[in-house]
Design a protein around this ligand. Structure first.
Ligand SMILES: [Zn+2]
Ligand SMILES: [Zn+2]
Length: 90
């Protein structure tokens, strides 16, 4: 099957980017899902990870602000570090 370059839309910034035939082949060989983000956002995400970026959350228990090392998918029900530790210790 002949692969063609595809235009995909980045789910982060909404920009179109090209998923080249070469990349498609590579992704398919590896069994990866097609990319959801443009190379810029992917790079930014990687950098955020390696720079230890943290996301601010509000603790659902004590209302204090806290930080988590990942992007919260469900902002409700998040605990600050203290409450998290407490809930785990019990
Ligand atoms: Zn993007
Ligand atoms: Zn808390």
């Amino acid at each position: 099957m002949e692969l063609k370059d595809q235009n995909l839309v980045c789910q982060d910034c909404g920009k179109e980017f090209v998923f080249t035939a070469n990349d498609q082949k590579f992704f398919e060989e590896k069994g990866y899902q097609p990319p959801k983000r443009c190379p810029d956002c992917r790079k930014a995400k990687k950098q955020a990870k390696s720079s230890g970026q943290k996301y601010e959350i509000t603790c659902s228990k004590c209302g204090e602000k806290g930080y988590v090392p990942f992007e919260p998918k469900n902002p409700e029900g998040l605990l600050c570090e203290n409450c998290f530790r407490e809930s785990r210790d019990k």
